[in-house]
Design a protein around this ligand. Structure first.
Ligand code: ARG
Length: 276
């Protein structure tokens, strides 16, 4: 384990939760009767943006659209690799218009946007991990989308099957700690029980030194974290995982997004990474 981990500055795209609410239920965390404290949600979201900026990251914002309460979950709108944008095609009809709103932003920022044919939800299920892309399926993104992603980027896609509805997106059960930039060994943190037996074996084979999280860590959205290679922006409730990360030389930066858990979201869900 290196003595000091190396952070790499990132460019993030986010969307203010101005119209955030729980109006429909498309995952087990959502209960349409739940009241969201919008002031608290805004305050929590702003603390995430401040934390990113304070640690040297660039943050761009897309204008929120009224009537799209989940648009705050920027991760689902695309996956960007080497400046190429692979858009999204949402499973739930309620979220489908978000794709167009994000596409408009990407185009105005000078990116071409590929529109996928198959159902796929951006970085929610498609997680670039250096030499390959880890890709979840089971609840949202389809196997067909995995093939489409591989053809589009020419990067190997490793399909992983999610089996627990509480961890319906790959980014609720796994995050990349280090993408192996600069010749380092890539690594991840994950919750094995969220995956099928075969997928667990694949992950153990690819990442023998992975940080393994507990169910408690996962249920508090501790795996919905963002790492820059050194700092890990993480839910303050994921205490066991934070201690484990510290042992591995990472520096946990706690950010509380508890209001967003009512919609089944956390830190990573609110963050799209624009990889150049
Ligand atoms: N309510 C949203 C949904 O179920 C939450 C999305 C969370 N985003 C994520 N990247 N996991 O689609």
């Amino acid at each position: 384990m290196p003595d000091s981990r190396v952070p790499r500055p990132r460019r993030f795209l986010v969307c203010e939760p101005r119209h955030f609410a729980v109006q429909y239920a498309i995952n087990p965390w959502m209960n349409p009767g739940t009241r969201v404290d919008i002031d608290l949600a805004q305050e929590q979201w702003r603390s995430l943006i401040s934390a990113y900026r304070a640690h040297g990251h660039t943050v761009d914002t897309v204008e929120p659209v009224p009537g799209l309460p989940d648009m705050v979950f920027a991760a689902n709108s695309a996956v960007v690799v080497a400046g190429r944008v692979f858009g999204s095609s949402f499973h739930a009809p309620e979220r489908r218009p978000e794709s167009t709103a994000y596409e408009t932003w990407f185009k105005s920022a000078g990116f071409d946007v590929y529109r996928p044919e198959s159902v796929c939800e951006g970085e929610g299920d498609l997680v670039p991990a250096g030499r390959w892309i880890l890709a979840g399926t089971g609840f949202r993104t389809t196997r067909a989308a995995h093939h489409e992603v591989q053809e589009h980027f020419g990067v190997p896609v490793i399909g992983l099957k999610l089996t627990d509805p509480y961890f319906y997106h790959l980014d609720t059960a796994l995050f990349v700690l280090d993408d192996g930039h600069g010749g380092r060994e890539g690594n991840i943190a994950y919750y094995p029980e969220a995956f099928s037996p075969g997928s667990r074996e694949v992950l153990a084979r690819l990442y023998p030194d992975a940080v393994v999280a507990t169910r408690e860590d996962a249920l508090t959205f501790g795996l919905n974290s963002v790492s820059d290679g050194h700092h890990v922006f993480i839910d303050p409730g994921a205490t066991a995982l934070a201690a484990e990360l510290t042992r591995h030389g990472y520096l946990p930066v706690p950010v509380d997004l508890s209001e967003f858990r009512k919609a089944g979201g956390g830190i990573k869900c609110c963050t799209q990474e624009i990889r150049s």
